[in-house]
Design a protein around this ligand. Structure first.
Ligand SMILES: C[S@@+](CC[C@H](N)C(=O)[O-])C[C@H]1O[C@@H](n2cnc3c(N)ncnc32)[C@H](O)[C@@H]1O
Length: 254
């Protein structure tokens, strides 16, 4: 748990940023959003055709990890920090009508948008925190999370919760922002840089250790060079600290 950051203030700012991304996706943010970003990150156009256009315009992920995740028909999927639902809608297509996809997010406006666009009965968007998702233990085959865990002040809790909800043999496939070098205190304590997906970037060795300490085993890792921040302050921090987008695939041992 980060003790030098005002966690309540951080949550308020994160909610403010992502309310705006849900309601005004065409404004300029520290980071890129939308279809062009998704395509550059590697989402196949055919898969994107199964995502409602309005969900896609608020896409704010940092990579494409459905190819690592490989959802198969019938699987139960949980997306931590589902935003307007791009990965949920894409995963719902891949798991088909016998599967089930749940998105969890703490932003009312992101949830409202995703729920409005939902048409399939096997898709659900739930209000909640990724540190304690409202899902029973041992009920999920695959967890996705795209550009979210960096925003949490308690990443250890997120990975513990992920391990708890997965079935034995279940997978965690995530894209997130990490740093090669530990961030300076003044960056970590800057809630607006944190909300912009920079300030909460964990050092990558620590990030791997958090995943493995939760009882998950990392089986694949790759960088997402297609992801770049937009604003000057965010870009400056990425150069100084080696901040980058990386995908991880981890499994819960049987
Ligand atoms: C960068 S956006 C990514 C959204 C989505 N994954 C996508 O790819 O478009 C981050 C999302 O995570 C949500 N979020 C951030 N921290 C959260 C937390 N601790 N619990 C639940 N949701 C959180 C935000 O509300 C926002 O919708």
């Amino acid at each position: 748990m980060v003790s030098t950051l005002d966690v309540a203030d951080l949550e308020r700012r994160v909610k403010e940023v992502y309310r705006a991304v849900a309601e005004r996706p065409h404004e300029r943010y520290h980071f890129e959003v939308g279809r062009g970003l998704a395509q550059r990150l590697g989402y196949p156009p055919d898969l994107l055709s199964h995502v409602p256009a309005e969900a896609l315009e608020s896409f704010a992920g940092v990579g494409y990890c459905l190819d690592l995740a490989r959802p198969v028909p019938g699987e139960r999927v949980l997306d931590l920090g589902s935003g307007s639902g791009t990965d949920v809608f894409a995963a719902a297509h891949l798991v088909g009508p016998t599967g089930r996809v749940i998105g969890v997010d703490m932003s009312e406006e992101q949830l409202a948008k995703a729920r409005r666009l939902r048409t399939a009965a096997n898709v659900q968007f739930l209000a909640g925190h990724i540190e304690d998702p409202p899902v029973p233990p041992g009920t999920i085959d695959l967890i996705l999370s795209n550009g979210v865990i960096n925003l949490s002040a308690d990443k250890a809790a997120v990975f513990r919760a992920a391990a708890a909800v997965l079935v034995a043999g279940g997978r965690l496939a995530i894209c997130d922002i990490v740093a090669q070098h530990p961030l300076a205190e003044h960056i970590v304590c800057d809630a607006s840089l944190w909300a912009a997906c920079v300030g909460g970037a964990a050092q990558v060795d620590e990030y791997r250790a958090l995943i493995e300490d939760a009882g998950l085993r990392i089986v694949a890792e790759r960088d997402n060079p297609g992801y770049a921040f937009r604003s000057g302050s965010a870009r400056a921090a990425t150069v100084t600290y080696g901040i980058k987008s990386t995908s991880f695939l981890a499994v819960k041992p049987r």
